[in-house]
Design a protein around this ligand. Structure first.
Ligand code: MN
Length: 162
């Protein structure tokens, strides 16, 4: 379930009274100091090389990362692990990412979990197809980490540190 609270940073005035803006870097520091776990990301990806590279980079940014290697395992882990966000490769064995997304969004238990689609196809129609399946956002591979982190932050309600 998406139930973590944004910590407040009281010693960093931002110039927008009443609006608290937390960057990913700050978030990691504050959460560590308060012993709050970082957001848990479920990465559903069948390609071992993509999986290893992306999971390592997300870990380096402080996220907790869980890995599923096909659509069926992705569905199971979305239920058993209650991740804060799912990065969903679309081209997957067993159940593809579109079908897995449709099932997750049709289930009240997993519907609130934001899903960002990842596909090697950079065509507009692929983006539309992913959004129609219920994905909350979309990014194309190869992954541009800065761009992806900003989309992750957007879905988690935080902004990315520059
Ligand atoms: Mn794939």
């Amino acid at each position: 379930m998406f139930d973590w609270e944004e910590p407040k940073i009281d010693d960093e005035p931002r110039g927008h009274p009443g609006v608290s803006v937390i960057k990913v870097g700050d978030l990691k520091r504050v959460r560590e100091s308060e012993r709050i776990p970082m957001p848990k990301i479920l990465l559903v990806e069948d390609n071992e090389m993509n999986r290893d590279m992306l999971s390592r980079r997300l870990l380096r940014h402080g996220f907790e990362v869980l890995i599923a290697i096909d659509g069926m395992q992705g569905l199971e882990m979305a239920h058993s692990e209650a991740p804060d966000l799912i990065l969903m490769d679309m081209s997957l064995p067993e159940i593809d990412g579109w079908e897995a997304t449709r099932r997750l969004k049709a289930d009240p238990a997993t519907q609130p979990i934001p899903i960002i689609a990842l596909t090697a196809h950079a065509m507009v129609s692929d983006k539309e197809k992913a959004m129609r399946a219920g994905c909350n956002d979309y990014d194309s591979k190869p992954v541009d980490l800065k761009r992806l982190l900003s989309k992750i932050s957007g879905q988690l309600g935080v902004t990315r540190a520059e």
